[in-house]
Design a protein around this ligand. Structure first.
Ligand code: AP5
Ligand code: ZN
Length: 208
C-alpha cells in the first residue's frame, strides 16, 4: 500500500503512523521528522530549512522533494509506504506522481484527517516528542509512563518550537492537496477529533 496522510498540525498524523506502519508492514516517511533531524544535526539541508520551520512556514518544494526522493531510494519499502506531512503543495503532489510513475507505481489512498481548529491548539501545546523515533505523547491525552521520558528508550522527551499560528495557513494548503487527490477519487475522510483508538479503527476500516 502507498498511503498519504493529510491534515493540519496536531491532527494526529504522527500518532497514527506507527500503528498503521506496523499493521501493514509499511515504512513511515515523515518530512517533518526528517527535517527536524537535519536541523538538529546542522546539516547543510538543516541550516536551509531551519528558518522556515521555526516560523511554521513551509520549506521550499525542491528541498522536500529532494528529501523524499532520497528517502525512497534508500529505504526498501517493499510493501509500500506512509507519507506523513508530504505532499503539502500541489507542486509536491505532481512531483511525487512523476517519481512514482517512473517505477510504474501510484498512490492507493489519501487519508484526510478532518478536524475542528479549536481542538488543535490544545493538542499542540500539550505535545511532547521523542526526537529520534518521532513518537509523540500528550500531557493529557497520551501521557508517557514517566513524565518527560520516552516509554521505549527511557530517553528524554522534548517540545517542538513551531508556532501554533501556522495551523490556519496549513489548513488552506491541505485543502488544495485534498482537492488534487479528490479528482483522482482516492481520498478517505477520517473523524480526526475522535480519541486515538477510534481514529485507528477508522483507518483500519478504510484500508481493509
Ligand atoms: P510536520 O512535522 O509535518 O508538522 P505538522 O504537519 O505541522 O504536523 P504535526 O506533526 O504538528 O501534527 P501531527 O498530525 O503529526 O500530530 P501528532 O500526531 O503529533 O512539519 C513541521 C514543519 O516542517 C512544517 O511546518 C514545515 O516547516 C516543514 N515541512 C514538513 N513537511 C513539509 C513539506 N512537505 N513541505 C514543506 N515544508 C514541510 O498529534 C499532536 C498531539 O495531539 C500529540 O501530543 C498527540 O499525542 C495528541 N493526539 C494525537 N491524536 C489524538 C487524538 N485522536 N486525541 C487526542 N489527542 C491526540
Ligand atoms: Zn507529525
Amino acid at each position: 500500500k502507498r498511503l498519504i496522510l493529510v491534515g493540519p498540525p496536531g491532527c494526529g498524523k504522527g500518532t497514527q503512523s506507527p500503528l498503521i506502519k506496523d499493521e501493514f508492514c509499511l515504512c513511515h516517511l515523515a518530512t517533518g521528522d526528517m527535517l527536524r533531524a537535519a536541523v538538529a544535526a546542522k546539516t547543510p539541508l538543516g541550516i536551509k530549512a531551519k528558518e522556515a520551520m521555526d516560523k511554521g512556514e513551509l520549506v521550499s518544494d525542491d528541498l522536500v522533494v529532494g528529501i523524499i526522493d532520497e528517502a525512497m531510494k534508500k529505504t526498501s519499502c517493499q510493501k509500500g509506504f506512509i507519507l506523513d506531512g508530504f505532499p503539502r503543495t500541489v507542486v509536491q503532489a505532481q512531483k511525487l506522481d512523476e517519481m512514482l510513475a517512473k517505477q510504474g507505481a501510484k498512490i492507493d489512498k489519501v487519508l484526510n484527517f478532518a478536524i475542528d481548529d479549536a481542538i488543535l491548539e490544545e493538542r499542540i501545546t500539550g505535545r511532547w516528542i521523542h526526537p529520534s523515533s518521532g513518537r509523540s505523547y500528550h500531557t493529557k491525552f497520551a501521557p508517557p509512563k514517566t513524565p518527560g521520558v520516552d516509554d521505549v528508550t527511557g530517553e528524554p522527551l522534548i517540545q517542538r518550537k513551531d508556532d501554533t499560528a501556522a495551523v490556519l495557513k496549513s489548513r488552506l494548503e491541505a485543502f488544495h492537496v485534498i482537492e488534487y487527490y479528490t479528482k483522482k477519487g482516492i481520498v478517505a475522510n477520517l473523524h480526526a477529533e475522535k480519541p486515538p483508538k477510534e481514529v485507528t479503527a477508522e483507518v483500519q476500516k478504510v484500508l481493509s
